[in-house]
Design a binder for this molecule. Sequence first.
Ligand code: ATP
Ligand code: MG
Length: 561
Amino acid sequence: MNTPESEPEHVDFIRKIINDDISSGKNDGKVVTRFPPEPNGYLHIGHAKSICLNFGIAAENNGVCHLRFDDTNPEKEDTEYVESIMDDVRWLGFDWGSNLFYASDYFEQLYDWAVQLIKAGKAYVCDLTFDEVREYRGGWNKEGKDSPYRDRSVEENLDLFARMRAGEFKDGEKSLRAKIDMNSSNMNLRDPAMYRIRHQHHHRTGDTWCIYPNYDWAHGQSDSLEGITHSICTLEFEDHRPLYDWYVESLGIHHPQQIEFARLNVTHTLTSKRKLLQLVEGGHVSGWDDPRMPTISGLRRRGYPADAVRDFCAHTGVTKFNGMTELALLELYVRGSLNKTASRAMAILDPLKVVIENYPDDESEMRQAHNNPEDENAGIREMPFGRELYIERADFMEDAPKKFFRLTVGREVRLKNAFFLKCNEVIKDDAGEIIELRCTYDPETSGGKAPDGRKVKGTIHWVSAKHAVDAEVRMYDVLFPEEKAGSAPEGVDWLETLNPSSLIVKNAKVEPSLVGAEVGSSYQFERTGYFCVDKDSSVDSLVFNQTVGLKSGYKPPEKKA
Ligand code: ATP
Ligand code: MG
């Protein structure tokens, strides 16, 4: 039981640390977090978790969460990515207010701090090549060796570092390294690089700089400058924490606390920007926002509601153990959200024509349908009904077994929101393919029941052929049939493990009320699944993305603490 005195049942270890810090008055009880993406790709579902955690914790504690672009790698970064990241964070429902920052704004300060470390004898300019540095570093059970440049004088280091900045040297010719311990059991402390030379245009600082700070040198100092109290990151940075601490301690500046948690991994999808970029650049998907992509923009285009993504992220919990979360769980949240909000509509994805022989040729009528039985206020719409209809091909079977409760010759079925329908004859083309069903309807069954009390076992959906509208419906399957996406057996390229039929396009017939449906709006196509209007849609050509099917047998595991 939750009482005001006790913590809620599922307080994760990060929130526990923060609650304790607040109680003990650390950081004056303030909470400042940050989400620090590198603008070298679009955000994915893993980032969503980090966003929800950082912005969520700030909001829960009357704190703030900064959005900081970790833009220290000019060759891979771009303003297109900056824009998309801001868009995605907002779409997820979070607001950084005026707290928008760029690591590149700190380049001058970082430079000054590097000079401070040189003066303190804690950094030096090294002439070893990239490969030599690696060689000298040693390994887990191999001692490191001091660089021959390690004992340069402070004066020489200051001079060389200034000349590195001035552009006197070529890429890779020199680097600035922290002077820590070449025999540390932690590789990150074996004189890590702080600056590398890159004569490269930066999307924000232009050609001002030809030396760029390394991640570890930029990150903690940026956190410190912004007064971050808790620097939450993923487990792969655990071994970097001693270095993070060493830098801020050596500089004597505000010391944010780095806390690591396990990355979110989801079955059948990737959470590596590098691999996602390969999918885009190799043309394996239509772009970063392809609805099959695990990017936030892909999920959004697919029709995943933001609240479903947030709830999923909250459910997966915060732990120290790397694991896999099932994609089906995310889909469960998507379905749960859409069931409450999506309007119902009728769409026939594999149309089979039905001719109702006892319905007058030149007549039609309007039938009433609930827009959303889950929502009393959603109202009712009208659907035209006439002599010719389309039904799903799969709702008819020629030599049907007894248990087949849909349409077959000689049996009756209910047409949703309309009448009982009986099939009398099957028409085939020369190739033997069924092209039409000859049927009769019972006008006495308008209310969905027969006055004589006879029963039907099944109810199927339909659209009026004369009034139906053509629509392109894009059906999706996972990009990776293997649970552990992107992993391939020895000697096989991971791109060869892509599902060749992850996209199937259907030429569907949909009810006319869908004409003019807004891009991004979601519908439940009765008995078929959830779909949303794609951005490729226009006034005279409708395009839908399948969001998720109606059902899965999936049961979520117990929530992790
Ligand atoms: P890459 O995919 O190239 O490894 P990255 O995903 O780490 O890069 P960043 O832009 O550095 O990309 O990530 C920004 C923040 O999002 C970091 O704090 C990182 O820890 C967090 N993050 C990234 N991936 C995940 C994930 N799968 N689960 C949780 N948090 C993540
Ligand atoms: Mg990263």
